[in-house]
Design a protein around this ligand. Structure first.
Ligand code: NAD
Length: 270
C-alpha cells in the first residue's frame, strides 16, 4: 500500500525532539522525503539515525538552522528543493518556552523579544519561504503530486485559553501564530496552499516536563485535562500527518486542537 505522503517532500523544524522528532519519523514512514531542521544539529542527526534504522531506504537530510533567523530558514527551504526537487509540506514546529517568561510585570523585554523572534517571526519566515517554494511545484498526476502544498504551524492550547500560571510572551506568540495562520490560509487558498495550526495540549516532551519539574506542578495541570494525562508527542505527529496529507484536502485555516479535551471542559471527571 502506498504511504500517505508518497512522493511528497516535507521539511520539519524542531526535528531533534518531541513533536518534530515523531513527525519526521512518521512522515518518512509514510513515504515522504524529509529535511530535518533543528538548531541542535546533533539531536536532528539522532532522529535521522532512528529513521535510517527503521527504514534503510528513507530519504532524509539534516541541516542546522535557527528559525529565529530569516537567512537560516531561507537556506533550509532552498536545500529541501535542491535536494528533493520540491516542497509539499512545511511543518513550522520549533518553538521555545523560556524559563524567565512570566507575567506582565516581571517578564524582561529581552525574553519577550527572543520568544517572538523564534515562535512567531520564525513561523512567519517559514510560511514565507514555503509559499514561494510551493508556487513552483509542478503537477504530476501519476504520482499524486499537485501545485501548492500544506503548511502546518504549531501553536498551543494557551493561544485559546488563559492560565493563572503565566508565560506571557509564549502565550502571546502562540496567539499570533493562530491569527497569522488564519490570514495566510485565506490569502493563499486559491493557490492550493493550505495553512493550518496545530494546537497541542500539554505533552510529555522535554519542553513541558523540564518546566513542570515537580509532582505538584504536574497535578496542577492534569486536573484540567478530561483525559487525566499528558499527551504523547506521537499523538501530535499523527494529527500533523493528517494535515500534511491529501486526506485533509478541504481543511485550511483551522485551529486543530489535540488536547485530551482540555479546551472543551469546564468541570473534569473526578
Ligand atoms: P521540544 O523542546 O521537545 O522540541 C523542540 C525542538 O525545537 C528541539 O529539538 C529544539 O532544539 C528545537 N529548537 C528550539 N529552538 C529552535 C530554533 N530557534 N531553531 C530551530 N530549532 C529550534 O518541544 P515540543 O514539546 O516538541 O514542542 C514543539 C512545539 O510544540 C513548540 O512550538 C511548542 O511551543 C509546541 N507546544 C508544545 C506543547 C507541550 O506541552 N510540549 C504544548 C503546546 C505547544
Amino acid at each position: 500500500m502506498p504511504g500517505r505522503l508518497e512522493h511528497k517532500v516535507a521539511l520539519v523544524t524542531g526535528a531533534g525532539s518531541g513533536i518534530g522528532l515523531e513527525s519526521a519519523i512518521l512522515f518518512a514512514q509514510e513515504g515522504a522525503s524529509v529535511l530535518l531542521v533543528d538548531i541542535n544539529v546533533d539531536a536532528a542527526e539522532k532522529t535521522a539515525g532512528l529513521i535510517k534504522q527503521k527504514l534503510p531506504s528513507a530519504k532524509t537530510k539534516v541541516t542546522k538552522a535557527d528559525v529565529g533567523k530569516e537567512a537560516d530558514i531561507k537556506a533550509a527551504v532552498d536545500l529541501a528543493v535542491k535536494e528533493f526537487g520540491r516542497l509539499d509540506v512545511m511543518f513550522n514546529n520549533a518553538g521555545i518556552m523560556h524559563p524567565q517568561d512570566d507575567d506582565a510585570l516581571t517578564t524582561e523585554e529581552k525574553i519577550w523579544d527572543l520568544t517572538m523572534q523564534i515562535n512567531l517571526k520564525g513561523v512567519w519566515w517559514g510560511c514565507k519561504y514555503a509559499i514561494l517554494a510551493m508556487r513552483n511545484n509542478a503537477t504530476d498526476a501519476s504520482k499524486g503530486l499537485h501545485t501548492g502544498g500544506s503548511i502546518i504551524n504549531t501553536a498551543s492550547f494557551v493561544a485559546i485559553m488563559g492560565a493563572a500560571t503565566p508565560q506571557l510572551a509564549y502565550t502571546a506568540s502562540k496567539g499570533g501564530v493562530l491569527a497569522m495562520t488564519r490570514e495566510l490560509a485565506a490569502v493563499h487558498a486559491r493557490e492550493g496552499i493550505r495553512v493550518n495550526s496545530l494546537c497541542p495540549g500539554p505533552l510529555k516532551t522535554p519542553l513541558l516536563m523540564d518546566f513542570l519539574n515537580t509532582p505538584e506542578k504536574k497535578e496542577r495541570r492534569l486536573v484540567h485535562v478530561p483525559m487525566g494525562r499528558f499527551g504523547e508527542a506521537v499523538e501530535l505527529a499523527q494529527a500533523a500527518l493528517f494535515l500534511a496529507s491529501d486526506e485533509s484536502s478541504f481543511v485550511t485555516g483551522t485551529d486543530f486542537k489535540v488536547d485530551g479535551g482540555l479546551t472543551s471542559a469546564y468541570v473534569t471527571p473526578l
